[in-house]
Design a protein around this ligand. Sequence first.
Ligand SMILES: C[S@@+](CC[C@H](N)C(=O)[O-])C[C@H]1O[C@@H](n2cnc3c(N)ncnc32)[C@H](O)[C@@H]1O
Length: 334
Amino acid sequence: MNTRSIDTTRLQRIARAYSETAVFYAALDLEVFTHIAHGVDTEPALAEAMGASALNTERLLTVLRAMGLVEHRDGRYANAPDAARYLVKGAPAYAAPWMTFTRGDVPGWFRLGEILRDSTPPSTLGMYADLTVESARAYHAATYSIGMGAGKRFCREVDLGGRKRLLDLGGGSGAYSINAVTRYPGLRAVVLDLPPVVEVTREYLLANGVADRVDTLAGDFTTTPLPTDCDVAVMASNLPIYNAETIRRVVRRVFDALPPGGEFHLVGEMLHADGNGPLDAALWGMYEAVCGSAGRAHSVSECRDYFADAGFGAISDAVFVAGTLHRVTGVKPA
Ligand SMILES: C[S@@+](CC[C@H](N)C(=O)[O-])C[C@H]1O[C@@H](n2cnc3c(N)ncnc32)[C@H](O)[C@@H]1O
């Protein structure tokens, strides 16, 4: 029998979860982690560096300590390991652009009840419908800051040795392709993304010195003919943007484009097979309501089903990033 008493603690925490986000954004705005990394590690010094009063500095640091983002010892502050790696401006893995990339959607989230009752038909491309080169550049500064780590992980986990050409669907900054051709010198790649995006992709390919081995293809992966000279394909981090019908169709299109023996990796925010979380995947599905698309959260079992339906064999799945990304893989029978 469950003897735990029921109280409102959990509900109260959920009710004010937005305040944690707001403090996080403020800490990034005031560059507190960057200051600490540069040795500005006492309260008075931080107050001066941030241009905040002593009282507000104390308030901020008190919350950041409670959130476990900074540590306090003998009057001095230190960044927690993840804050030190990802939140210090100028650090190689600086990921603040990604951390704040949905900030503009805050008003939408707070109108969610209204949005959920809105009967306006969803748009096919959701947040990507009005993309310009400029907005794609800002967006992919964010995805690049996190995608390079994911791309590296993908290339560590998936053996691309012996493969000739990678098709990177919705490749964005090209993070997966950049990592792939860097790690596998014999490999070439092609990033297929929307026309404004591939302009930006090329900038990242040039900056990483791989423009001679990674091509770009401007198009829509739901309709544009897919290259047929790729023997491996990946589609990463755009799963919830689309509904089941579209993802099923895209998986089938990839199957048709691959040669026998070719493999496809779908990396995305996926629900567990039983649909019970993880919360992050569920919330990315809800984000599509805020963006006005027809997208939703897909489960691992649904994704495996899309692969089986298309004809893929040797279907497997694995956690890619615990609590958020999962990878489903299939091989086109020889
Ligand atoms: C969240 S980003 C992920 C980028 C990259 N795969 C990564 O993981 O770093 C999603 C990308 O999918 C692209 N995308 C979405 N729908 C698309 C479509 N129908 N055709 C081509 N690209 C699409 C977007 O433009 C965007 O660049």
